[in-house]
Design a protein around this ligand. Structure first.
Ligand SMILES: Cc1cc2ncn([C@H]3O[C@H](COP(=O)(O)O)[C@@H](O)[C@H]3O)c2cc1C
Ligand SMILES: O=C(O)c1cccnc1
Length: 338
C-alpha cells in the first residue's frame, strides 16, 4: 500500500505518475467498434468504458470493488462567519453518516458503493489560515496518509468526497492560488450564505492569499497553508489511487479544488480522474476547465459528501453493462457497416 510519510515521498509520487495501459485501451476501443451498434453511437458511455479499460489494464473492465471515501475535517477560519451553518455540523454529519441517514448513504447504496468515512481530528480544527498556515508539516502528512490509506489493492473504482463546514472557502483559496484570478472569481454561496457572507468569504480568501502568496508555490505547501485535513486527504487519496492505477470519480467544487495545486504543477494528475458532475457552486465549472475535465452529469447539485460522484457511478455502471454485455456483429450475425 502507498503512503506519504514524508514530503519527499509525496513530491516523488507526483513526479512519477504511471500512465494508462494503451494496449488494453486500444482493445476496449476495438471491442466498442465491434459491438452491434453504429460506432460511437453510445457517445460518452463508450469513452468511459475505454477509460476504465486503460486504468484497470484489461479490455473488459469491471466494477466489482467500488468504494466511496468521505473525509471530514474542521477549519479554524470559520470564526470569520463564512458558512451558513455552525462548525458543529461537521461532527454531527459524521454521526449521521454512521447512522446511515445522510444523502451519501442513500446514493452510495443506490450505486452499490462501499462507503468509508474518515473523520480527521474533528475536535482540533486547523489553524486559521488568515494568520498562519492551516497545518504544520506533520499534520499535513498525516492527512495525506489518511487519504492514501483508503486505496487498497484490488479496488476497481474510487469515489472521493468530503464533509467540512467552511471548506468552500478553503477550496476558493486553493483555486486562486493554483490558477490565479480574483478571490471573487472562486467564492460562491456554499451552504447558502447571503451577499454579506460572500463578502466575508472574499475578504478571508484575500487575507489568506496575501499572507501565503509569497510562500513556495509547491503543491504540498499550498495544501498545508490553504487546505484542510479533509482536503489534503483527498489529494492523498487521488495520488495514491494513481500510483495503483485505480480510476477515481471526483465530486464537486471542494474535491476538485483539493487536486488543483497538484494539477497546476503536473496537469497529468487528472488523467485517471472522471469529473462525476458539475456542481452549482459557481467556481466549479471554471475549475473543471482548468483541470481539463468534462463532467458526466450536471444536475444542479451542490451538496458535497461525494454525492454527485456517487450518482455518476450509476452512469459508469451502465457504460460497463453495455461494454461487457453486448454482442459483437459476428456473434449476433448482424451485418456490419457497408
Ligand atoms: C447539513 C449539511 C450537510 C452537508 N453535507 C455536505 N455539506 C457541504 O457543505 C459544506 C461546505 O459549505 P460551506 O463552505 O458553506 O460550509 C461542506 O461540509 C460540504 O461537504 C453539508 C453542509 C450541511 C450544512
Ligand atoms: O460543489 C460542492 O461539492 C459543494 C458546494 C457547496 C457546498 N458543499 C459542496
Amino acid at each position: 500500500m502507498s503512503g506519504f510519510a514524508t514530503r519527499a515521498a509525496f513530491d516523488a509520487a507526483l513526479a512519477d505518475l504511471p500512465m494508462a495501459d494503451g494496449v488494453a485501451r486500444d482493445a476496449a476501443r476495438a471491442r466498442q467498434n465491434d459491438l452491434t451498434k453504429p460506432p460511437g453511437s453510445l457517445g460518452r458511455l463508450e469513452d468511459i468504458a475505454v477509460f476504465l479499460a486503460g486504468w484497470q489494464g484489461t479490455a473488459r473492465p469491471a466494477l466489482g470493488q467500488r468504494r466511496a471515501a468521505i473525509f471530514a475535517g474542521n477549519h479554524g477560519f470559520v470564526v470569520h462567519g463564512v458558512s451558513a451553518f455552525p462548525a458543529s455540523v461537521t461532527q454531527a454529519m459524521v454521526a449521521n453518516f454512521s447512522a446511515g441517514g445522510a444523502a451519501i448513504n442513500a446514493l452510495a447504496d443506490s450505486s452499490g458503493l462501499d462507503l468509508r468515512v474518515v473523520a480527521l481530528d474533528l475536535d482540533r480544527p486547523t489553524a486559521d489560515f488568515t494568520t498562519s498556515p492551516a497545518m504544520d508539516e506533520a499534520e499535513c502528512l498525516a492527512a495525506l496518509d489518511a487519504g492514501a490509506s483508503v486505496v487498497e489493492p484490488g479496488l476497481d473504482l474510487l469515489v472521493v468526497g468530503e464533509m467540512g463546514i467552511g471548506n468552500t472557502t478553503a477550496a476558493a483559496a486553493l483555486c486562486a492560488r493554483a490558477f490565479g484570478g480574483a478571490a471573487g472569481d472562486w467564492v460562491g454561496p456554499g451552504t447558502g450564505v447571503d451577499s454579506d457572507g460572500i463578502a466575508r468569504k472574499v475578504a478571508v480568501v484575500e487575507q489568506a492569499l496575501a499572507l501565503h502568496g509569497n510562500a513556495p508555490s509547491t503543491p504540498f505547501e499550498a495544501l498545508r497553508r490553504l487546505g484542510g485535513r479533509e482536503i489534503a486527504a483527498i489529494a492523498g487519496a487521488v495520488l495514491a489511487a494513481r500510483q495503483q492505477r485505480v480510476p477515481v470519480v471526483l465530486d464537486g467544487f471542494i474535491t476538485c479544488a483539493a487536486i488543483a495545486p497538484l494539477a497546476a504543477a503536473v496537469p497529468a494528475i487528472t488523467d485517471h480522474c472522471l469529473a462525476g458532475h458539475c456542481s452549482a457552486e459557481p467556481g466549479h465549472i471554471r475549475l473543471l476547465g482548468h483541470l481539463g475535465l468534462d463532467p458526466l452529469l450536471s444536475l444542479g447539485m451542490r451538496l458535497g459528501e461525494g454525492s454527485g460522484a456517487a450518482v455518476a457511478v450509476s452512469v459508469i455502471r451502465a457504460a460497463l453493462a453495455a461494454h461487457n454485455g453486448m454482442a459483437t456483429f459476428a456473434e449476433a450475425g448482424v451485418a456490419g457497416a457497408l
